[in-house]
Design a protein around this ligand. Structure first.
Ligand code: FPP
Length: 244
């Protein structure tokens, strides 16, 4: 079946605003992250229903270690709870899970949970959910270069396509649509290489409140964009295009 070009193949999301959402309710920040997991599960399935093939989300950045230690350990623990609570459902719903990021600094328990999530969903094809955890866009470029050097790739052999094979998202096409919730208007070191031509959509909606209506609004905005990838639109001035 032919894809509808107005629907992005790959959506990336910076899920920002959990802390503020909780604060507004006089609750601890952790409560916001917990609600954030529920919003994520709903969003994955909503994306799959709309024919989106890849969803990549920023769950923990290389810089998030700077947060208070109880918040960091809370987020780590939340991953274990989320895997235990939702893995079977996501697996049964056809979601393939991939984790991107530096696994060397996380606990053995967390690494094992990630491996379980990846291995038990590896044959699924409905949608690929890539969870960026202990991830940073600059880290990604550096780890890719290091791995290429270790593999003996020479300077002459190294081009964009070659480096891309070593990037953490080599299993996915570049994101077409990049959404950030929570009102901030920045990329925050997420997918720096891969988002070169992504359409950016920023919304004030706090992540725990993100749902189908906000997703559809972002998709409608995407459908209105004119993607040129640095070129020009040939049909923009038809008389000139015909040599008139
Ligand atoms: C940003 O909100 C959010 C995060 C740093 C964490 C996002 C994580 C989740 C939604 C949970 C994902 C968990 C799994 C298992 C994949 P913030 O804390 O910066 O909010 P604020 O800007 O309002 O303070």
């Amino acid at each position: 079946m032919e894809r509808n070009a107005a629907i992005p193949r790959h959506v990336a999301i910076v899920m920002d605003g959990n802390g503020r959402w909780a604060k507004k309710r006089f609750m601890p920040r952790f409560f916001g992250h917990k609600q954030g997991v529920d919003a994520l599960v709903k969003t994955v399935l909503a994306c799959a229903d709309r024919g989106i093939d890849y969803l990549t989300v920023f769950a923990f950045s290389s810089e998030n270690w700077k947060r208070p230690s109880e918040e960091v350990s809370g987020l780590m623990g939340l991953v274990l709870v989320a895997v235990a609570k939702y893995l079977t459902k996501l697996a049964n719903d056809g979601v393939r899970i991939q984790i991107i990021g530096d696994r060397s600094q996380v606990s053995d328990k967390l690494r094992a949970a990630w491996e379980q999530a990846e291995s038990s969903t590896r044959h699924n094809t409905r949608i690929t959910l890539s969870v960026a955890f202990n991830y940073g866009g600059r880290w990604d470029v550096v780890q890719a270069c290091r791995q290429a050097i270790r593999d003996g790739v020479t300077a002459d052999q190294l081009d964009e396509a070659m480096l891309n094979r070593y990037m953490a998202l080599s299993h996915a096409p570049d994101p077409d649509l990049f959404i950030r919730t929570g009102g901030e208007v920045r990329i925050s070191n997420f997918l720096l290489w891969q988002a070169a031509y992504s359409e950016l959509v920023f919304t004030d909606c706090l992540w725990p409140e993100f749902g189908e209506a906000e997703l559809d609004a972002a998709l409608a905005e995407y459908a209105r964009r004119d993607r040129r990838f640095g070129g020009v639109k040939e049909t923009a001035v038809p008389e000139l295009a015909r040599g008139a």
